[in-house]
Design a protein around this ligand. Structure first.
Ligand code: EPZ
Length: 418
């Protein structure tokens, strides 16, 4: 069942609930390697990337229990296999998040070099440089990175020459068990970094500055088990919000933290959307016309690259010209040719896509290429005249929990077929 059939032009109503964050759950699961005691994580979304990460931890020797209530119990009492094999890493780059924890807990880590993916080369040189600053000896051969820590990890200053989310998370986890103090400069400020720091602190780590570009970690000798609830998925929240606006609906996106996607809310208001936020929900209301606005992706708190494709879909039905600039990844416009098949008017010039609107989108057969590109095709299909068939929706299943059921219960005509 790897296709969606969507009949466009239905308005939505009611509520669209947001699941726990995929990009917060992934480092949180890796952090469970840092202690031999059990850790219970609540609101872990049931998506493919999470299943891959849990499989990796079992491969390392941890016991993993997935519960019906959406929580996961992970106990890494013994690490029998400090390795992330190619078979697993090739399906999900974020597997490199076990590099720091394995090196810190066992003194050895062998991680397959993540190949590129459809949005870019995805190197992890900054993870490696950081670990070397903490005393790891790292070499690469046969497609694997091998890190050994002959004298234990030692705190040090690490300056990231480029802001990296999982690089910051990887180093924060390694530093938690290093001897002495580590300072991460030019660290990522994403909410998922803060959520990981909250979990590590509950496990006994000593961390200050998470959410700023300077994070200080005072290493401790051991960490203990705990329970933690994963933050809501801000990218899913933004995607559902754009679905409500594009279908000119009155809907409320619930179980979310609006402060985590303030830059999107600001852009939507600039475009003329009627958006009202409360502590854990955002309501949208119909408007007669949307204006095109320019948007540039940046590291948090700037506009999230993971919402670029979805925002572009919105701009195809807005009035005017929108310049969309992608500064984070080198190849994140894979959704453009597919949106064009539906009638969008988009021209790519290097890192910039120029979107002219409004276009009258029509349903078509289109191909999903990566997680967030797939989301933009769903959004376009929801407003297109006629039927759309989206192929290879397994890309969606990597990071969106039951998206077609959430949209269908709010009134969209979407179903999984073939
Ligand atoms: C995280 O990826 C997210 N994934 C991505 O979400 C997100 O798009 C990205 O951050 C940017 O916000 C997870 O959190 C699991 P980076 P990450 O390291 O950490 C370059 C999704 O759709 N770089 O912040 O891999 C890199 O090539 C996914 O849910 C190096 O050069 O991204 C990129 O151009 C996609 N060397 C830039 O930095 C390194 O060692 C930012 O990458 C690391 C990164």
């Amino acid at each position: 069942m790897d296709k969606f059939r969507i009949l466009g032009r239905e308005t939505l109503s009611g509520t669209l609930p947001v699941s726990g964050s995929k990009n917060s759950s992934l480092p949180a699961i890796a952090a469970c390697l840092l202690t031999e005691e059990p850790v219970i994580l609540h609101r872990v979304p049931n998506v493919r990337d999470i299943a891959t990460m849990l499989k990796l931890l079992e491969y390392n020797g941890a016991s993993v229990e997935r519960r019906a209530d959406g929580s996961v119990r992970i106990e890494a009492a013994k690490i029998t296999n400090p390795e992330a094999p190619y078979e697993i890493v090739k399906t999900m780059r974020a597997s490199s998040l076990v590099l720091g924890p394995l090196a810190a807990r066992t003194g050895v880590a062998r991680v397959s070099v993540p190949g590129g993916c459809s949005i870019g080369a995805r190197p992890i040189n900054l993870h490696i440089n950081g670990l070397e600053h903490l005393g790891a000896v790292v070499h690469q051969e046969h497609g694997y990175i091998e890190a050994t820590v002959p004298n234990g990890l030692r705190g040090n200053n690490v300056h990231f020459e480029r802001i990296t989310v999982t690089g910051t998370e990887d180093l924060m986890m390694a530093a938690a068990l290093a001897q002495g103090v580590t300072v991460l400069e030019n660290a990522a400020r994403e909410p998922e970094v803060v959520d990981l720091a909250d979990l590590l602190t509950k496990m006994g780590a000593r961390i200050t500055g998470a959410g700023t570009s300077r994070i200080e970690i005072e290493g401790v000798s051991r960490l203990h088990g705990t329970e933690h609830t994963i933050i809501p998925d801000r990218i899913e929240a933004g995607t559902l919000l754009i679905a409500g606006i594009m279908t000119n609906s009155e809907v409320t996106v619930t179980d979310c933290f609006p402060g985590h996607f303030a830059s999107l809310l600001s852009k939507l208001r600039q475009a003329g959307a009627r958006v009202e936020e409360s502590a854990k929900a955002v309501q949208v209301r119909p408007v007669t016309r949307l204006r095109s606005v320019d948007m540039t992706t940046e590291e948090h708190p700037g506009f999230a690259t993971d919402l670029q494709a979805q925002f572009m879909a919105l701009m195809t039905v807005s009035s005017g010209i929108s310049f969309v600039t992608e500064n984070i990844f080198e190849n994140r416009f894979m959704h453009v040719p597919e949106l064009s098949r539906m009638g969008a008017n988009i021209r790519i010039e290097g890192r910039q896509a120029i979107v002219a609107g409004p276009s009258e989108l029509t349903g078509a057969q289109v191909m999903c290429s990566d997680l967030r590109a797939s989301a933009s095709l769903v959004l376009a299909a929801l407003v297109a005249r006629g039927e759309s068939i989206l192929d290879r929706v397994y890309h969606m299943d990597r990071g969106y929990e039951k998206i077609e059921m959430k949209l269908a219960q709010a009134g969209a005509r979407i179903e999984r077929i073939g």
